[in-house]
Design a protein around this ligand. Structure first.
Ligand code: TRP
Length: 362
């Protein structure tokens, strides 16, 4: 079995090793080219890329470019999902053609989720929160794989000619026909912004977690080989995963591992109270040795989402790291920030609701 399985449990950590093993480049050499840098870029949370240079060049030169992502609809929309939403917003504001695929073919063929259910979750959880987070739905191609155009479905099948059983096994291992179908559908998703009817070849960035890299390698190979039409090999960026509040993985099936953007504020704050911290057992030890900040899930929430100002975040890091700040004080900061964020967000979400009807029965 190859060691990244895009349908398996996500693997948190070991980012350096994966970069070396799979030839992912470090993102920091790209930073200076960008006119603005989002939180994830500034904080080394987006740590790697493939061929991002051509996207950065397109941004700098005002050339056409696209951003493409897809979602596997499951459970409530939480802070882990917000990472991709923030990146959609970032590229949309830089002028990208934005495409978001709801992977309802994939969730049906690989996870047995009825596609009506997938549709409902995608609209009521993902799209609603996207709009409330400031993504402009008018400037976004939000589509369901099962509703794709004839050209999309035909190309997805044609691409099967541009790969071999050997390649599929080398990239994915021994997979079911359902997964092969999902992979070929994802190739069509990623190349769709470049279809002739969508303006032809253009740099395209796909922001993903490392678990999705096999699909990138597969798509890039097919893009280079196919005679369906000309394509520029798509680019990707790789972000670290946010860990669960209790440490370990964040997962929709573990209520206390995540904060959903629809959680009542009191419950959300309680989850912070119960989170794993990097504080020491005794006050004396904490004051002397300081906190283990990198193992503190409350700090992680602040760094990934709740504090935009880098100076303020660095100050908190130093004070907590030195033992001057206690875990309780850090939690208080997080609870205050979370309350402010959720209150505004939840109001915006109510205002966004009436914009959803257009998507229900496309
Ligand atoms: N396979 C992705 C997941 O499991 C979903 C997906 C479908 C996707 N099409 C995509 C992701 C295109 C990025 C680009 O989450």
């Amino acid at each position: 079995m190859p060691d990244i399985d895009p349908w398996g449990d996500i693997q948190v950590g070991a980012y350096k090793e994966k970069m070396e093993r799979f030839g992912i480049d470090a993102f920091d050499d790209q930073l200076d080219k960008l006119p603005t840098k989002n939180r994830y870029m500034r904080r080394d949370i987006i740590y790697g890329h493939r061929d991002f240079g051509r996207v950065a060049d397109a941004i700098a030169n005002g050339d056409d470019f696209a951003m493409m992502t897809g979602l596997m609809p499951s459970g409530k929309f939480h802070f882990g999902h917000k990472m991709v939403a923030d990146q959609i917003k970032y590229y949309q504001e830089l002028g990208a053609d934005v495409y978001v695929a709801v992977a309802d073919i994939e969730s049906y063929t690989t996870r047995n989720i009825p596609h009506e259910k997938a549709r409902e979750i995608a609209i009521d959880q993902y799209l609603l929160n996207y709009i409330a987070l400031g993504i402009d739905p008018e400037n976004l191609t939000f589509y369901f794989q099962s509703d794709g155009s004839t050209s999309y479905h035909t190309k997805s099948k044609f691409f099967s000619k541009n790969t071999t059983q050997n390649e599929i096994e080398a990239i994915y291992g021994d997979i079911t026909p359902g997964k092969v179908t999902a992979a070929l559908t994802q190739v069509a998703d990623i190349l769709q912004p470049q279809f002739e009817e969508n303006g032809g070849p253009k740099p395209t960035v796909v922001p993903i977690g490392t678990d999705q890299d096999p699909h990138m390698r597969f798509t890039r190979d097919i893009a280079a080989r196919t005679d369906v039409q000309d394509f520029i090999k798509p680019s990707s960026t790789y972000h670290k995963f946010m860990r669960g509040l209790q440490g370990g993985k964040m997962s929709s099936s573990k209520e206390k591992s995540y904060i959903a953007l629809s959680d009542p504020i009191d419950e959300a704050k309680q989850k912070i109270d119960q989170a794993k911290t990097g504080g020491k057992q005794s006050l004396e030890k904490h004051r002397k040795q300081g906190a283990d900040v990198d193992e503190d899930m409350v700090y992680e929430l602040l760094a990934f989402h709740l504090i935009e100002d880098d100076d303020r975040l660095n100050r908190i890091y130093r004070e907590y790291d030195s033992g001057e700040m206690l875990s309780g004080e850090l939690k208080q900061i997080a609870k205050d920030e979370l309350e402010t964020f959720l209150q505004t967000h939840q109001e915006k979400r109510e205002q966004a609701r009436d914009r959803l009807d257009a998507y229900r029965d496309l």
